[in-house]
Design a protein around this ligand. Structure first.
Ligand SMILES: CC(C)(COP(=O)(O)OP(=O)(O)OC[C@H]1O[C@@H](n2cnc3c(N)ncnc32)[C@H](O)[C@@H]1OP(=O)(O)O)[C@@H](O)C(=O)NCCC(=O)NCCS
Length: 169
């Protein structure tokens, strides 16, 4: 049975591998070059230092997925809105791991002042759009030809879900 826990520094090589496999060779992410372990270490430190989560999905002692969120926009007034991402290693997809990780991110975000989570998804990434719809996210916007990868324009689809309905505090 897979489990979820906060990522540790020694998980970063698996996270780097999953990100490069799932995100760089495809349009799941618009990174154009593989990221290095050092890049991921800087990313990990910049998030965790500010109490943003980096979670891993562990199956039989192997890291098979990770998820995180960080600021959607940098100005302080945007703090209630975060942008998340979820990556599952090839071969482990469609087995409920993405749902587990995203639910764990939502649990983490509740009680930390987060009101809305946003996924920014390549318009052609039908899997991720379908996954987010199943997870209660709705399409709230689309920027046509926002990105350029593999010599082609790509639309950015914004999918949001409100996770808290309380009054401002
Ligand atoms: C998108 C991704 C995170 C989804 O994770 P996953 O483990 O494959 O998805 P799950 O098995 O947890 O599915 C959760 C729900 O989404 C639905 N879903 C997932 N993929 C789907 C698809 N391609 N079409 C339709 N529904 C889909 C599942 O049916 C499930 O709903 P259910 O529980 O009601 O049946 C994963 O496929 C992935 O890492 N893809 C490559 C990287 C990527 O695109 N990341 C997102 C970047 S924004």
């Amino acid at each position: 049975m897979p489990t979820i826990r906060p990522a540790r520094l020694h998980d970063l090589s698996a996270i780097t591998e999953i990100y490069n496999e799932a995100g760089v060779g495809t349009t799941a992410s618009w990174a154009l070059e593989p990221v290095t372990l050092e890049d991921r270490r800087a990313w990990f430190m910049s998030l965790t230092r500010k109490d943003y989560p980096v979670l891993v999905l562990v199956d039989a002692d192997s890291i098979v997925g990770f998820a995180s969120y960080g600021p959607f926009r940098p100005l302080a007034g945007w703090a209630p809105t975060v942008e998340h991402s979820v990556y599952i290693r090839e071969g482990y997809r469609s087995a409920g791991g993405g749902r587990m990780l995203l639910n764990a991110l939502i649990d983490y975000a509740r009680g930390r002042g987060v009101r809305t989570m946003v996924g920014v998804i390549d318009g052609a990434n039908d899997h991720s759009v379908a996954f987010h719809e199943r997870m209660g996210f709705t399409q709230v916007g689309r920027i046509e030809e926002a990105g350029l990868k593999f010599g082609q324009w790509h639309d950015a689809v914004f999918m949001a879900r409100k996770i808290d309905d309380g009054p401002p505090s």
